[in-house]
Design a protein around this ligand. Structure first.
Ligand code: NCD
Ligand code: ZN
Length: 362
């Protein structure tokens, strides 16, 4: 090795044992309601300063009044002393009125609208059946600078489940971007290399969230030693080369990628069932998982941008004050969280993870 190579080697092998970053945000969270909300919120609120709250309740959050009321229920469910801020979203249906969308945005009740193709995922049956027909809504959002958050999967039952994201991008997303050249779009839970490329190519007004689980599991993991219902979510995990592409995208430092955990708790009985509900509860291990991935990819210096800067900038929010410490310190993760007489299985729960969450300052 030459002297320069030796220096470079020393630089790249120098072990960082702790990083302190600006407090992060989670731009894709399912908190549910009632007992489930009470049970899962403390995990998200201890890791993140703000969360973009998904509206797929039963019934869905489709009006300004419903979003304002749900926001109050989240605020009251916060643990004592928590300053967690829920950022609400509106669930788009075939009948959403542009005026209602604009009112909620201008009044500061919601920050974005969520587009579920009808039937694409959990509680998406009130979603949009004809995306081009919703042009008046998208035109209004374009005009007021309000982002649309997209669950990007085709609902055509003839499309193979592993191809549904790709089909949606070709058939629906790219045409939408063309029709509405000024519309701000977040492609939620990106799962393929091609979708990550689409985000990069439209980075001026498009962004992509990446979940912790899609950085860790591939589609084979779901069948490792048997069928693993707790690794089933939508969009379903894809082949290994997609997982590697997602790790590249997340750790790239590009401003168009940021955290959206898609933490989606379901009761154990709904997961270990004849028809398993889609969703992984990643809320309790989100930062530990992400930071481990950045460490493995030699990109710890880029973690703060992904966790705490890129998303806020895209949404036009102030950056958080305060910091959180992430430490290379092994800690055991709880296996499940109790909810009434049931429980929710934790992603990577029951294991010892190499990174832990340390002190938070405000
Ligand atoms: C989510 C849920 O359970 O609400 N499920 C999931 O598999 N991700 C809905 C969603 O975001 O698709
Ligand atoms: Zn989701």
């Amino acid at each position: 090795m030459s002297v320069t190579e030796l220096f470079d080697h020393a630089k790249t092998t120098k072990r960082v044992d702790s990083i302190t970053i600006r407090r992060p945000d989670d731009f894709h969270v399912h908190l549910r309601d009632g007992a489930m909300l009470e049970a899962v919120l403390p995990f998200t609120s201890s890791q993140f300063a703000r969360g973009v709250i998904m509206p797929n309740l039963v019934p869905p959050v489709t009006s300004v009044a419903m979003a304002a009321a749900y926001r109050e229920r989240i605020l009251s469910a916060r643990p004592e002393g928590s300053d967690f801020q829920p950022l609400m979203t509106c669930y788009l249906t075939d009948t959403t009125a542009p005026a209602e969308i604009e009112k909620g945005f201008r009044d500061g009740v919601w920050v974005a609208a969520k587009l579920y193709p009808a039937g694409a995922t959990t509680n998406a049956h009130y979603g949009v059946t004809d995306i081009p027909a919703r042009a008046p809504v998208f035109e209004r959002m374009e005009k007021i600078g309000m982002p649309v958050l997209i669950h990007g999967e085709s609902t055509d039952p003839a499309v193979d489940i592993f191809d549904r994201e790709a089909a949606f991008m070709e058939q629906s997303l790219l045409p939408l971007l063309k029709r509405h050249a000024g519309l701000k779009v977040v492609i939620e839970h990106v799962t393929t290399a091609e979708t990550a490329d689409i985000v990069r190519a439209h980075a001026a007004r498009a962004a992509g969230t990446i979940t912790p689980h899609h950085l860790v599991i591939n589609r084979t993991s779901i069948f490792q030693g048997g069928l693993r219902p707790h690794l089933y979510c939508l969009p379903v995990a894809k082949r290994e080369h997609h997982r590697l592409a997602l790790r590249k995208a997340a750790t790239s430092g590009l401003p168009c990628f940021f955290i959206g955990t898609d933490t989606a708790p379901h009761r154990r009985t709904a997961k270990e069932a004849e028809c398993c509900s889609a969703g992984i509860f990643g809320g309790a291990t989100a930062l530990q998982t992400y930071v481990q991935v950045f460490d493995e990819e030699g990109a710890l210096d880029r973690f703060e941008a992904f966790a705490s800067v890129n998303g806020a900038r895209f949404y036009g929010l102030d950056l958080n004050c305060g910091t959180i410490v992430l430490e290379r310190r092994e800690s055991p993760v709880l296996a499940a969280v109790a909810v009434e007489d049931n429980e929710v299985v934790v992603f990577q729960g029951g294991q010892t993870l190499p990174w832990s969450v340390g002190a938070v300052t405000r």
